[in-house]
Design a protein around this ligand. Structure first.
Ligand code: FAD
Length: 470
């Protein structure tokens, strides 16, 4: 049974992996010349990698960890100390840590919060703990109900002041969704907090030991192709072609470099594209259907990823840092955190700029310059004095539409992987699964799609067809 999948991000690749495991022949078609979608990376002319995003893996990513294990590459994750580290904007150059002791959950997280007195007062800690009780007791049901509130509204409802929202939770909100706490749905932060509270190592962070394209995506492709599947780059889906009954007749690929367009046919079809290109591609008859109309409620959020190479070391911290700055979200010195990018003498900071709405159309020079100003607050000792750190080079990667924008009320628009069209399925971190717009969410969505396809009784399956050229 052939399954054609449009999109070689983590969702499309995971879907293909689990389909070959179930005995199917997946053919993955990727529009670009690089694997990975939002985890894609490139090498510059000096041989240095730069990436679409700074990516942190969490202990609370069971499907990603299982996938790495199945591929025999789990040792590529470099686990860091169990701690969360925040900059303190009011004390430039200083850090505040939530060290998580190695005791069972949720006590490990509770102890880490109780021990940190930099960011929350005792009264705020108490109110926050009481506020979290329904999430712990009623679980996901309560968390989903809270989708109607922004996180700032939820905090206010618990009697926790707005300052806390802007000061403390700005870090988590921007890191998880690239938007501020007054915009983000409560469901996002409560889901993350719930996972961290319920799993002993849930908040433990790891970095990949090299570029995601080479060290994570390529092994999935190797696995798929060894088992008879196929992954094609430079293969953009142009049109979803329909049969008279509204089911899919074929995927029409745009021919590149003067080649003719090509029709690929299969038994089943999957869109593992992100939601924005899918909306544009929907065939006219499907646009009348409520299922597909709901996709209008979702859109990708802009984000920018920066790489700055310096002539000296700025820090020896081997971890993710939460900047708590209005301009930046998380950052890391990749010369410490990632084996392949390591350098004992010079720092390479990878930083996420979010929210990026007001920056996405600005020039790289403007973006780097604003970031350098911000860095003077994060590393005051390295940019003042006699020998200030010099910026050697930079790369800026802009993504105008990344993961779905998780504002309040979005949960009801997120579609399941199975659609009303018998031979058409969806994958992608925007589709409904409990891990939101993350790598874990993408991998889980691909697995759920593969399961949905392989659970269809054989008798209902349309006959297989071969590829044809239009
Ligand atoms: C800056 C940044 C930082 C991030 N940090 C983290 C993090 O720390 N931890 C975490 O878990 N997650 C993080 N994420 C989120 C994570 O990267 C995504 O949730 C995940 O990679 C999405 O995978 P996907 O397969 O659902 O979608 P995508 O990666 O968007 O894949 C969709 C694919 O479809 C392809 N496509 C589109 N149109 C066509 C077409 N017409 N024909 C063929 N192919 C097409 C695209 O080229 C793309 O390859 C981050 C994302 C960004 C941008």
């Amino acid at each position: 049974m052939r399954v054609v999948i449009a999109g070689a991000g983590l969702a499309g690749l995971s879907c293909a992996k689990y389909l070959v495991d179930a005995g199917y022949t997946p053919i993955v078609l990727e529009r670009r010349d690089v694997l990975g979608g939002l985890v894609a990376a490139w090498k510059d002319s000096d041989g240095d990698w730069y990436e679409t995003g700074l990516h942190a893996f969490f202990g609370a990513y069971p499907n990603m960890l299982q996938l790495l294990k199945e591929l025999g590459i789990e040792d590529r994750l470099q686990w860091k100390q169990h701690t969360l580290i925040f900059n303190q904007p009011d004390k430039p150059g200083t850090l505040s840590r939530f060290d998580v002791p190695d005791i069972p959950s949720p006590f490990n997280i509770i102890v880490s919060i109780l021990r940190n007195n930099d960011m929350l007062t005792w009264e705020q800690k108490l109110r926050f703990a009481v506020g979290l009780l329904p999430a712990i007791v009623r679980g996901q049901e309560y968390v989903e109900e809270m989708d109607k509130y922004s996180f700032a509204e939820w905090l206010k409802g618990q009697g926790i002041g707005e300052r806390v929202a802007s000061d403390v939770f700005i870090a988590a909100s921007k890191a998880l969704t690239f938007i501020n706490p007054d915009q983000v749905s409560s469901t996002i932060l409560l889901t993350a907090l719930n996972r961290f509270l319920q799993e002993r190592y849930g908040s433990k962070i790891a970095f990949l030991d090299g570029s995601p394209t080479e060290r994570l995506c390529q092994p999935i492709v190797d696995y798929i192709t060894q088992k008879g599947g196929e992954v094609r780059l430079n293969a953009p889906l142009k049109e979803i072609m329909l049969n008279p009954d509204g089911t899919v007749r074929g995927f029409l690929l745009r021919g590149l470099d003067g080649k003719p367009d090509e029709v690929i046919t299969a038994d089943f079809y999957v869109s593992a594209m992100s939601v924005d290109p899918l909306k544009v591609m929907l065939p006219e008859p499907w646009r009348q259907m409520e299922f597909f109309q709901k996709l209008e409620g979702l859109e990708g959020v802009p984000v920018i990823n920066l790489h700055l190479w310096f002539d000296q070391k700025l820090t020896d911290i081997d971890h993710l840092l939460f900047s708590r700055s209005p301009l930046l979200s998380v950052y890391a010195d990749m010369s410490n955190t990632c084996r392949e990018y390591s350098n004992p003498d010079r720092s390479m900071l990878e930083l996420v700029l979010a929210p990026a709405q007001d920056w996405i159309d600005k020039s790289d020079e403007e973006i780097v310059s604003a970031t350098m100003t911000e860095l003077q607050k994060l590393f005051p000792h390295h940019f003042g004095g006699e020998e200030p750190a010099k910026l050697l080079k930079s790369h800026v990667v802009k993504t105008p539409r990344s993961v779905y924008k998780a504002t309040p009320g979005r949960q009801k628009y997120r579609p399941p992987q199975k659609t009303p069209i018998a031979n058409f399925f969806l994958s992608g971190s925007y589709t409904m699964q409990r891990y939101l717009g993350s790598m874990e969410g993408a991998v889980l969505s691909g697995k759920l799609t593969a399961q949905a396809i392989s659970h269809i009784p054989t008798l209902n399956r349309p006959p297989a067809k071969n590829a044809a050229t239009a």
